[in-house]
Design a binder for this molecule. Structure first.
Ligand code: FE
Ligand code: FE
Ligand code: ZN
Length: 277
């Protein structure tokens, strides 16, 4: 069974997101835990959450994905931002703990001049301070395009973070197709090779979620500009290949393509499903 959904606005709560997901043929979704550009997290409405869990069960939902805001940077050169980010992570995980099947996706961070090694040390140290053996939330480190001083633009950096994490069973990886492609892995012509590399360096069992995006730019551009499925340089065939791949087909696929409204996602999901038959 294909597990697919898209990024949705969380402004009307969990029930609204579930209803939107169902209306476009999805059985999961991703949402920002708070305004992506910063600000306070909305308090969880327990009644809304309870109703959502019921809807999810009745509609065979798989795990949902909470995405950290872009303002989180666990390895900023500014200590104030590092502390803010660590508190934000702690606060967000307290909230995702209310949801039984959830992944918490975060961008590893940008070292802002401190160097990759220092950045990796700071990211893993902060995560080690916060995660616990008893939590059910699994953190996902997202593969990045490698723009600016972003960490996670190659598999080695992701592996280096995970290697320094004490409770490794609470850490997984999210494979963003646009980011991986832009960072220089040719998933159009050499998907098998790229995934074998991933397996050797990180371990394929760490892979839990795929962010399914086409790319406006070419492989190795290090740009990170998402495109609609089939309208970028990965192309519809490339995307379908990714979904059908034996290592990936049972994972959760989340569309983060630029769409004006829900209908755009609905069309992409039905187009993808048609190509799988
Ligand atoms: Fe992301
Ligand atoms: Fe992404
Ligand atoms: Zn992106």
């Amino acid at each position: 069974m294909l597990n697919i959904g898209c990024h949705l606005s969380s402004s009307n709560g969990f029930v609204a997101m579930a209803q939107n997901a169902i209306s476009i043929g999805a059985n999961t979704f991703q949402y920002f835990t708070r305004n992506p550009r910063g600000g306070r997290a909305k308090e969880i409405d327990h009644d809304d959450l309870k109703k959502f869990l019921e809807i999810g069960k009745n509609n065979n939902f798989t795990s949902i994905i909470a995405h950290a805001p872009y303002t989180m940077n666990l390895c900023s050169s500014d200590e104030k931002i590092r502390i803010y980010s660590k508190n934000l992570l702690k606060d967000d995980i307290e909230k995702t703990e209310l949801i039984p099947n959830v992944y918490y996706n975060l961008h590893p961070g940008s070292h802002t001049g401190q160097g990759v090694k220092t950045g990796i040390n700071q990211i893993s140290a902060s995560i080690n301070e916060i995660i616990t053996k008893s939590q059910n939330t699994i953190l996902l480190l997202e593969t990045m395009a490698g723009k600016g001083s972003e960490i996670g633009g190659n598999f080695e950096e992701i592996a280096a973070i995970i290697n320094q994490i004490n409770i490794k069973e609470k850490i997984g990886v999210c494979f963003d197709t646009c980011h991986v492609y832009d960072s220089g892995y040719d998933i159009v012509n050499n998907l098998e090779n790229v995934l074998e590399k991933f397996d050797k360096i990180i371990g394929i069992s760490k892979l839990k979620v795929v962010h399914l995006n086409d790319s406006k730019n070419i492989c190795g551009s290090k740009k990170d500009r998402h495109e609609k499925i089939g309208q970028g340089n990965i192309g519809l065939n490339g995307i379908i290949n990714i979904i059908k791949n034996k290592y990936l087909r049972n994972l959760i696929f989340i569309l983060e393509t630029p769409q004006e409204n829900l209908n755009g996602y609905k069309d992409e999901i039905s187009n993808i499903k048609n190509h799988l038959n």
